[in-house]
Design a protein around this ligand. Structure first.
Ligand SMILES: [Zn+2]
Length: 119
């Protein structure tokens, strides 16, 4: 059984811990979960940059192939492989960059709610 609170308490989900089918396994092997069941804490740098409240988190809306939206990794610029996943949240999406082991958070440009918040 997966304890949701335990997953939420997990401070960071590393890109290398997520497999092609969207299953997350902690590095020490003690926990595993479908990405859909994980609540992602917004990283400090994202909170700061977009003036969000400290300690906010986001549920996963859907998981898509990243190649549809990003031809290359936004961090290391390696060509996006077919199996790379994009985790869609309400106002952000996360590029699961196993190429450089980074979870890359980006705002959803088309999200009206996010645009309103910027004014
Ligand atoms: Zn990369």
């Amino acid at each position: 059984m997966i304890d949701e609170e335990m997953i939420k308490a997990q401070t960071s989900v590393a890109a290398h811990e997520i497999d092609d089918s969207g299953i997350w396994r902690s590095s020490d092997g003690s926990m595993s979960s479908d990405i859909y069941d994980i609540v992602f804490d917004i990283p400090d740098n994202v909170t700061e940059r977009y003036n969000l409240k400290v300690g906010e988190d986001r549920d996963v809306l859907t998981v898509l192939p990243a190649a549809t939206y990003h031809k290359e990794c936004p961090n290391c610029e390696k060509k996006t492989a077919e199996e790379v996943l994009l985790i869609m949240l309400e106002d952000f999406h996360i590029y699961v960059g196993r190429c450089c082991d980074k979870m890359i958070w980006m705002p959803n440009k088309s999200n009206k709610q996010w645009e309103r918040r910027q004014r």
